[in-house]
Write a protein that binds this ligand. Structure first.
Ligand code: KIV
Ligand code: NA
Length: 269
């Protein structure tokens, strides 16, 4: 089967078919996830938390992202239908245009198919420049974990009317600038639904309700492996006597059918 591309994702949005995104940090799980039908493998800087044992994503470097991207690329290559690989640019590796281009060059040359950046309309010059140079971009808005210190904790974003309107306006401006994908984390389900309807590029959600075009989860969370606090948006799929492959397949099936996320996994305005 032909690999998933940015065009496949656009076609799924146009055809109202939901797709699934799952984090991957190594070759073994990357292949299993792609073979289970996951469309996008996110080499997330959440690897700071789940792989390195850090308290946040801030200590993650571009070199770390390159190392894990290379591993994911190798596993994905062996999959029956390779997924699209999206790699996070980590904390303060895209603070200006030059630095952002250099960081993106490194992860793209490691084999990523697109990059993800946290921010809003301030990213427009970088999105435009990356687009001109052939690099697809996902912009991550809402609860952006690289800004945890500025937020004063991991909190739902976009609850106030003015903040919600600003987020919607930023998403529309980002689409106009050539952004290929949006990702909304921990925003009210009603706001995520409005944004998904307002743009023609696919919107991926986590803690953003059922009306986005796609869902993403951190692999360790959806296998029930998180120690301590479990966020409201997480569902453990490694239940009912399933193995890991079956848990991935159940996630893919529940995203496709709209069974996941349920109302209980989302946030009110
Ligand atoms: O790093 C990551 O895993 C992410 C997802 C939580 C969206 O950015
Ligand atoms: Na991330």
């Amino acid at each position: 089967m032909s690999p998933i591309s940015i065009r496949s994702l656009q076609a799924m949005k146009a055809g109202q078919e939901k797709f699934s995104v799952l984090t991957a940090y190594d070759a073994t799980f990357a292949q299993l996830a792609a073979d289970a039908g996951v469309e996008v493998l996110l080499v997330g800087d959440s690897l700071g938390n789940v792989i390195q044992g850090q308290d946040s994503t801030l200590p993650v470097t571009v070199d770390h992202m390159v190392y894990h991207t290379e591993a994911v690329v190798r596993g994905n290559r062996r999959a029956k239908r390779p997924a699209l690989i999206m790699t996070d640019l980590p904390f303060m590796s895209y603070g200006n245009l030059e630095q952002g281009l250099e960081s993106a060059r490194k992860v793209m040359q490691a084999g990523a198919h697109m990059v993800k950046l946290e921010g809003d309309d301030w990213l427009i010059p970088l999105v435009e420049s990356l687009g001109r140079q052939g690099v697809p971009v996902c912009v991550h808005l809402g609860l952006t974990p690289q800004s945890v210190n500025k937020f004063g904790g991991y909190r739902v974003q976009g609850r106030e009317d003015d903040k919600a309107e600003a987020m919607l306006a930023h998403c529309i401006a980002l689409e106009k600038a050539g952004t290929d994908l949006l990702l909304l984390e921990c925003v009210p389900s009603t706001l995520a639904a409005r944004i998904s309807a307002a743009v023609s590029i696919p919107v991926v959600g986590i803690g953003a309700g059922a009306d986005t075009d796609a869902q993403v989860l951190v692999m360790h969370d959806m296998l029930g492996l998180n120690s301590g606090f479990t966020p409201k948006f997480v569902k453990n799929f490694l239940t009912d006597g399933r193995n890991v492959q079956q848990a991935f397949a159940a996630y893919v099936a529940e995203v496709k059918s709209g069974q996941f996320p349920a109302a209980e996994h989302g946030f009110s305005a």
